[in-house]
Design a binder for this molecule. Structure first.
Ligand code: XIL
Length: 646
């Protein structure tokens, strides 16, 4: 019933021929492993990712020996018992070993501490001349020594050489800390560091100029915490639960909670379930000792309370009881009128997709989430599960379970998967951020090959490079660009084509559909890439906009310019934030007009919204999606139906 997914890219015979020739020459004189046919883990069961020695493609072989270990049997996901997830129709998998500890996120050393307070970090807006308006600052900024258990009180008094009194706010508070107004222009940071805080901690406060609130100075103090001589002096604080907000679920769907116990004393609390719940299981997480999984199946509707007792591991009398609530609604409460978005879109020859919450099946509302997704969409992108810090968190370690599960879900529901992102400058693992620049090209190619090769039978559409354009045009100042220069883009695309010859390869970015420096750069970049024969098949437009968005004509014109380059167009990350809470109709109109622009453009192949429920949106505070937090449709949903149906 659904149209077959036909990857669209122009064959490049010249390159292909050169590639074949190279393969012949190389295979004649080398015996290294050039197996491009290793099976992807989800389809064939064996491990994806070849070792080094690959010779196909214009780039020459991958590093040989490999720079880091390729995925191996040790990385293969293993079956997860059903009692840990909300799925009733799929055997899900989990990663086999805990994620390795990232190297200390504590970026500061004793040497930093000893060299005194960090320099001021001042932001000067364009309309401020610091000669006439001096930057705000703080009196008496200094680093602090403390022992665990000590009650710290650190006074911050903002000052300005102009004689005004600046405002201030803390960048982030440590758990249990407060930043209290003294009503004399100063504020006090109150914090009791505990065993968890041993080492060097940073605390940052921003002073705000009284004339221009964008004129700011952030000062960071370092607080070095050591154990006191007498450790029994450190108070044993009650353990708590990592907070979980309210959810809405559907009756008879399994509900899963992952409860994580927290103890600032650095110990691991034990958890006990106090409520009696239908068909409940309560189990230790197989990988993480601080997590417990509760699964139950509500058989009647109404608000349910789940009570969990958190018990201190040192003093068993020290406990906290926490309550979470879930609103169980009848099946009818989730029914929608009209036709499903994927069916309406199919009639118009396009796909309709969404970005999937990572591990939705470990959430209380995973059942209804999966069902709505399967009904409404025929294309799915991992919202976070394919970020490099998730896939390859440490050198030689791979976590494929979340993507394997998404691929299995997509196959079951006749959806296509859109890989995102392959190369990006954010959500990178620490080992890449600190890698030797001279090896980054090799790491990049190895990563592209290992990821895309594993899923080459499952994923035919990829955001190969995400956000390469700087905020004011030009190349974005990224780890990849800084190490490899402009050619990183073409290297990434060539490697992607070599590994996945039949896939559709996209460049994805934001603020490129509207006129401005980013769109200007986009077209220079595309012309360049195409002239040099770089295998790019299309452009992904993010479109995280607001309900007062009114540059539809620019979007239409820029889509046409992409089409004129013989490239495909994807709306990859659509969501429409509310300016005011009652802008629901304006939000609906923006969705409808952007969808119409896609429908009017023959090269526009798919529309994806970035999530579908406000319950799980990275812009949750502006409620940008077409389902609300209780999975009820908003006017935007009907507007999308109408736009697709017209
Ligand atoms: C976002 C996710 O939605 C968030 O959950 C995460 O914390 C940060 O990344 N452009 C992209 C996406 O290409 O990968 C980003 O996703 C949103 C902006």
């Amino acid at each position: 019933m659904m149209p077959e997914y036909i990857p669209n890219h122009r064959p490049q015979f010249g390159r292909l021929f050169a590639g074949i020739l190279l393969v012949l020459i190389f295979s004649a004189c080398t015996s290294s492993d050039n197996s491009q046919s290793t099976t992807g883990g989800t389809t064939g069961g064996t491990t994806g990712g070849t070792t080094g020695g690959q010779v196909d493609g214009p780039l020459g072989p991958l590093p040989n020996p490999p720079l880091t270990a390729a995925p191996s049997q040790d990385d293969e996901p293993i079956a997860e018992p059903a009692s840990f997830n909300t799925s009733t129709d799929l055997q899900l998998v989990r990663n086999p070993v805990p994620r390795s500890e990232a190297p200390a996120t504590n970026r500061y050393t004793d040497a930093d501490f000893e060299s005194g307070p960090l320099p001021a970090d001042i932001t000067i807006p364009d309309d401020v001349n610091p000669e006439f308006n001096s930057a705000p600052d703080f009196e008496n900024i200094q680093n602090i020594e403390a022992v665990a258990g000590q009650q710290l009180e650190i006074v911050f008094k903002p000052i300005d050489a102009d004689g005004e009194l600046p405002g201030m706010f803390p960048v982030a508070l440590a758990p249990g800390a407060s930043f209290d107004d003294n009503f004399d222009g100063s504020k006090t940071y109150r914090w009791q560091p505990l065993q968890n805080d041993i080492g060097i901690n940073a605390f940052a406060v921003t002073a705000v100029d009284s004339q221009n609130s964008l004129y700011r100075n952030t000062r960071t103090i370092l607080i070095r915490v050591r154990l006191p001589d007498d450790e029994t002096q450190i108070p044993n604080v009650p353990p708590t639960l990592d907070p979980i907000g309210p959810h809405t679920a559907r009756v008879n769907d399994p509900v899963v909670y992952e409860f994580k116990g927290i103890d600032l004393n650095g110990t691991v609390p034990t958890l006990e379930l106090l409520s009696s719940l239908p068909n409940a299981s309560f189990s230790n997480h197989p990988l993480y000792e601080d997590i417990y999984t509760l699964r139950f199946i509500p058989t009647s509707t109404g608000e349910m309370n789940v009570q969990v007792l958190v018990r201190d591991s040192v003093d068993s009398n020290l406990t906290t009881t926490e309550n979470v609530t879930i609103n169980v609604l009848p099946i009818q409460a989730f029914e929608r009128t009209g036709q499903r978005l994927r069916d309406l879109a199919a009639v118009r020859g396009i796909q309709f997709g969404y970005a999937s919450l990572q591990e939705y099946y470990h959430r209380p509302d995973g059942g209804v989430y999966a069902d709505i997704a399967a009904d409404e969409f025929d294309l799915v992108t991992p919202e976070n599960a394919m970020k490099m810090n998730e896939i390859n968190p440490s050198a030689g370690q791979y976590q494929f379970a979340d993507i394997d599960n998404l691929v299995a879900f997509a196959r079951l529901n006749n959806m296509q998967v859109h890989g995102h992102p392959v190369i990006w400058h954010r959500q990178l693992p620490e080992w890449i951020e600190t890698a030797n620049a001279a090896e980054l090209e090799g790491h990049m190619r190895e990563y592209i090959h290992r990821l895309m090769n594993r899923y080459r039978d499952d994923i035919a559409l990829w955001d190969v490079v995400n956000e390469p354009i700087g905020d004011s045009g030009g190349y974005r100042d990224s780890l990849w660009y800084n190490a490899l220069g402009e050619t990183y883009l073409e290297t990434a695309f060539h490697q992607a084509r070599t590994t996945a010859p039949n896939a559709t390869l996209l460049l994805n970015d934001f603020d490129i559909a509207i006129n401005g420096p980013k769109a200007t750069t986009l077209f220079t970049m595309l012309n360049n890439l195409l002239e040099r024969g770089v295998p790019i098949d299309g452009v992904g437009f993010q479109l995280h906009v607001f309900s007062d968005f009114n540059q539809i004509d620019e979007v239409r014109a820029n889509f046409q310019k992409v089409a004129d380059l013989d490239l495909d167009i994807y709306i990859t990350e659509l969501d429409v934030g509310l300016r005011e809470t009652d802008d629901l109709q304006a939000q609906a109109n923006v969705y409808a007009s952007l969808i119409s622009v896609c429908l009017q453009q023959p090269r526009c192949k798919a529309i994806q919204t970035w999530g579908f429920t406000d319950q799980y949106s990275f812009r949750e505070n502006v409620h940008p999606l077409m389902f609300d937090t209780a999975y009820q449709t908003k006017p935007a949903y009907q507007a999308i139906q109408n736009a697709l149906g017209n």
